[in-house]
Ligand binder design. Structure first.
Ligand code: FAD
Length: 330
């Protein structure tokens, strides 16, 4: 296995995100997203254990639970959770429609990508960084090579997993339908360990505690193209809203502020399919807000498609054709 990466491997959206292993409001999404997410969430701890064993590195998977405040329709949300086998209960101490989801987990995503890099290498894979694919060549319906400034690489099979850039065409390679970058800004704080020990969500804003006392605050959804800049008004707003949820944050300054580019897709449904133009090219892209969550089930589906196995779930919603039919305009 050879991985060609334009920058550093795992340094874009997969590094920038928060690492919550769940949709933020699980009951708010189309069924195809929920099915893939719930499959992944069930598989996650075993998947992490396998990566940790292979790499000898820790990814800090932590079933810390998630408190969701001000749920608009808590009874409907509870019914959805019950129907989908997701543990959820009302927080009796809170009067504002707060739900407690005890099984929601998180992973420290920068550590997960580091462990994945190590596992790939130990398994004999080769990672070429600073090696952007600039164009491809084909013969009939087969891709035969990809071209980079560092040389040409041939393979029997190719997987395109180019995140937010999947929506941009390359010479001889069309853009994937409806994928576009959606910027998210994040803040990082450092408190004493144990000040916060669960994910807290309210009205688009979330706090994620790490075991060592770091607290992440996110995020924004900005349709601004390939621009990873951050801005002070957003920093001040995120900080103020976070301090309302956790007053200990009021008097500390963030230790870091960054932005990442999510691979946005309508309805947050990724494309996991064989390429329509090439029989030996496969796609795994467009995971939008939940690519860390969706990773294990997406990889399983991708492998089933490559190997010709019957997938564990109906693959049609993740097809190129279904992505073409979806639209950002609602
Ligand atoms: C602020 C923020 C918060 C988030 N929070 C969460 C969360 O809590 N939980 C969750 O599940 N998800 C979260 N996400 C979403 C998640 O991070 C993404 O869905 C996921 O990382 C996408 O993974 P990917 O591999 O498709 O894209 P990326 O991680 O962006 O990887 C794509 C890679 O392809 C490379 N590439 C592109 N073009 C080429 C080329 N031509 N040649 C070679 N290499 C190329 C890029 O350099 C990049 O490294 C968050 C994202 C952001 C930005």
């Amino acid at each position: 296995m050879t991985l060609l990466e334009r920058g550093e491997a795992g340094a874009e959206s997969s590094w920038a995100g928060g690492g919550i292993v769940s949709p933020l409001l699980p009951w708010d999404y189309a069924e195809p997203l929920s099915r893939l997410a719930l499959l992944s969430m069930t598989a996650y701890s075993d998947w992490i254990a396998a990566i940790e064993a292979q790499s000898g590195m820790r990814a800090e998977y932590w079933r810390c639970g998630m408190q969701v405040r001000e749920v608009a329709e808590p009874d409907a949300a509870l019914a959805w959770c019950q129907a989908h086998g997701l543990a959820a209960q009302r927080e009796p101490a809170q009067s504002d429609g707060t739900l407690w989801l005890p099984d929601i987990a998180q992973v420290r995503n920068p550590r997960l990508v580091a462990a994945l890099r190590e596992a790939v290498t130990r398994l004999g894979g080769v990672i070429h960084t600073h090696c952007a694919v600039e164009s491809v060549s084909s013969q009939g319906r087969r891709m035969v090579a990809v071209h980079t400034l560092k040389g040409t690489y041939t393979a029997d099979q190719f997987v395109l997993a180019t995140g937010a850039w999947a929506g941009s065409a390359l010479p001889n390679l069309p853009a994937m339908p409806n994928i576009r970058p959606i910027r998210g800004q994040m803040l990082l704080f450092k408190l004493e360990a144990g000040v916060l020990d669960t994910i807290v969500y309210r009205n688009g804003l979330y706090l994620i505690p790490r075991r060592d006392g770091h607290v992440l605050v996110g995020s924004t959804l900005e349709d601004v193209g390939f621009d990873k800049s951050t801005d002070d008004p957003t920093r001040l707003r995120l900080h103020a809203e976070a301090a309302e949820l956790l007053p200990a944050l009021a008097d500390v300054q963030p230790v870091q502020h960054w932005a990442g580019l999510r691979p946005g897709s309508p309805d947050n449904i990724p494309i996991i399919d064989r390429h329509p133009d090439f029989e030996n090219v496969f796609i795994n892209a467009g995971h939008y807000r939940y690519g860390v969550t969706l990773a294990p089930a997406s990889a399983e589906l991708l492998i089933d498609l490559i190997e010709g196995n019957t997938p564990a779930l109906d693959a049609e919603p993740y097809s190129w054709a279904s992505a073409l039919a979806r639209s950002w305009e609602k």
